[in-house]
Design a binder for this molecule. Structure first.
Ligand SMILES: NC(=O)c1ccc[n+]([C@@H]2O[C@H](COP(=O)([O-])OP(=O)(O)OC[C@H]3O[C@@H](n4cnc5c(N)ncnc54)[C@H](O)[C@@H]3O)[C@@H](O)[C@H]2O)c1
Length: 342
């Protein structure tokens, strides 16, 4: 079976989704809609055989289209996804799926009622380093996790419908959700804004898990140097992921601090272990290629998407708590639906 996919929104990100759909075996990029004439011209130039329109309703109603990818600004996702599901299309929506967890869950229920796949484009959950980190955690190679620290910075596009939390930090929340299979109990966040009246453009967010694990995210739209770095520290070993490192993006450090019998006064009874650093091999696959293949297979009924409306709702709950905490000056806020803290 060939999955015929339409794209709504051929802007910065939609361009990548269109390319991925056109390249994925078993998928055909069937049509593109965009309100902006310049982006329609770019779409027509990149995909000369694909019809391009200014009216998304044509794609929603299109009888020759099985599925829609939605890559418009965040505020339009719920309405467009609802129309697409009501019209019987399978839907891939980029992040954030919805402004609230309640709306994300409602979309999930609608997809179930219509018997359609709803996949959320939390792109990094298909990234090979995330797959490798998840495997190492599951295998116990790191030991009990102590902390995760992530920095996601660069000169980002200042959005007017979401803050840097829902735009950038949401990637980390989705990664943590996929890596840990559990939710934080509480979240604390502080934010900064470059210009009065604009959404916050810098955020420092701590996620507190019931077992003592702390995950921290620093997300910035205003940074002169692009940074995509994460440390996942366990008692036994530590992983470092630098997505911009051209030599080795993921490294396993046999480093830690082990208990010793003889205590030196004034020092903890621990000895440092600084063993070898091993660059880890990564699958040679683009995250979007893996994501589109999973969308195709989910529509065929052979798998469940790893990022569905329920995952998006969990991530939205963390976003909600972070925004509420930032508004309250950084005081920790309980995450709705999470297991209570001990
Ligand atoms: N998954 C990721 O890694 C990732 C990365 C970047 C952006 N995004 C997401 O992609 C979405 C779009 O971001 P962007 O940076 O591409 O924005 P953009 O402004 O570059 O593109 C949005 C496009 O949608 C079009 N559009 C708006 N409303 C429309 C409608 N009702 N019908 C048809 N076309 C419409 C606009 O004309 C524009 O071309 C956002 O939700 C953003 O969070 C995801």
């Amino acid at each position: 079976m060939t999955l015929r996919i339409g794209l709504i929104g051929h802007g910065h990100w939609g361009t990548n989704l269109a390319r991925a759909a056109a390249r994925t075996p078993g998928c055909v990029l069937a049509a593109i809609a965009d309100l902006d004439p310049a982006n329609r011209a770019r779409a027509a130039a990149a995909h000369p055989d694909v019809p391009v329109t200014d009216d998304p309703a044509i794609l929603v109603a299109g009888p020759g289209i099985d599925a829609l990818m939605i890559a418009t600004p965040a505020g339009s996702h719920v309405a467009l996804a609802t129309q697409a599901l009501d019209a019987g299309k399978h839907v891939l929506v980029t992040k954030p799926l919805a402004p609230t967890a309640v709306e994300a869950e409602a979309l999930g229920r609608l997809a179930t009622a219509r018997g359609r796949v709803l996949l959320v484009d939390h792109t990094f959950v298909w990234a090979p380093p995330v797959t490798a980190i998840r495997g190492r955690i599951a295998a116990g190679d790191l030991g009990a996790l102590v902390y995760i620290q992530s920095e996601r910075a660069g000169l980002g596009i200042f959005k007017d419908d979401v803050s840097v939390i829902e735009d950038l930090a949401i990637h980390d929340f989705a990664i943590f959700d996929h890596l840990l299979d559990r939710m934080p109990a509480r979240v604390s966040a502080t934010t900064a804004t470059t210009h009065p009246g604009l959404n916050s453009s810098a955020a420092w967010i701590s996620l507190f898990y019931p077992d003592g694990l702390v995950a921290q995210v620093a997300a910035h739209w205003l940074a002169p140097v692009k940074v995509r770095r994460m440390t996942v520290a366990g008692r036994r070993r530590i992983l470092t992921w630098d997505d911009l490192d051209p030599v080795a993006r993921l490294r396993l450090h046999d480093a830690g601090a082990d208990p010793v019998d003889r205590a030196v006064p004034g020092r903890a009874a621990l000895a440092y272990r600084t063993g070898p650093v091993t660059p880890l091999p990564l699958e040679a696959i683009e995250p979007l290629a893996a994501e589109l293949a999973e969308f195709r297979d989910a529509v065929a009924g052979t798998i469940r998407p790893r990022a569905d409306a329920r995952a998006a709702a969990r991530v939205a709950r963390v976003c909600d708590a972070a925004v509420a905490s930032a508004m309250g000056g950084g005081a920790p806020v309980a995450v709705d639906g999470a297991e209570a803290a001990p």
